[in-house]
Design a binder for this molecule. Structure first.
Ligand SMILES: CC(C)(COP(=O)(O)OP(=O)(O)OC[C@H]1O[C@@H](n2cnc3c(N)ncnc32)[C@H](O)[C@@H]1OP(=O)(O)O)[C@@H](O)C(=O)NCCC(=O)NCCS
Length: 166
């Protein structure tokens, strides 16, 4: 049964390893790239960890039998703290379709509700049909807003969102 660890300085190395694994495994799922983040110094990872562990941000790692197998984070919107953006969602290939992604979403949802967030949103690449189905299954729907995908001009990103309070 996977459990979640909040990303803190205590597991910064696991965060770095899991994030770089995600970028290598799913290069067209994220705005950033392995080429970019593999150049980060240890000090950069410490800073990124600090950025994910504030009153306005959170990150989680999923771990199963001692092996890290998932990651997700969220930030409150800079201009409207009643909105939060979920980022970096990834589950290791061998752990997929076992509910790890759902556990990560539930944790982000709980964190968001604790902060009074009414809308949880995310961006997903237009070709990422499996993630779109995953998000729909977890209560998100398309808002109609799209943005260019920075790593491939042939793709774009859909915004998806869900309301947390009626
Ligand atoms: C998208 C992702 C995070 C889903 O994680 P997961 O742990 O496999 O998801 P869950 O096991 O919680 O799946 C819950 C439900 O979502 C849907 N779902 C998940 N993966 C799916 C897939 N590949 N195809 C269709 N539906 C899928 C299903 O309804 C599933 O329920 P079921 O297994 O009973 O049919 C994972 O596939 C992943 O890491 N993909 C690569 C990275 C990525 O695309 N991240 C998203 C960036 S925006």
């Amino acid at each position: 049964m996977p459990v979640l660890e909040q990303i803190t300085q205590a597991n910064v190395l696991a965060y770095k390893t899991t994030r770089l694994w995600a970028l290598q495994d799913s290069p067209r799922s994220f705005g950033s790239t392995y080429a970019r983040e593999s150049q980060f110094s240890d000090a950069d990872w410490v800073q990124r960890t600090a950025n994910l562990n504030t009153e306005r941000s959170v990150g989680y790692l999923a771990v199963d039998s001692g092996s890290y197998c998932g990651i997700a984070g969220a930030f409150l919107d800079q201009h409207d703290p009643r909105r939060a953006e979920m980022v970096s969602m990834w589950v290791a290939p061998t752990a997929r379709r076992t509910g790890v992604g759902g556990i990560l979403i539930n944790a982000i949802r709980s964190w968001s509700k604790m902060r009074g967030v009414h809308t949880l949103q995310l961006m997903v690449t237009s070709e990422n049909h499996s993630a779109i189905q995953f998000y729909e299954r977890n209560g998100f729907s398309m808002t109609g807003h799209t943005e260019p995908y920075p790593n491939d001009p042939a793709l774009f990103e859909y915004e998806m969102a869900q309301r947390l309070f009626a």
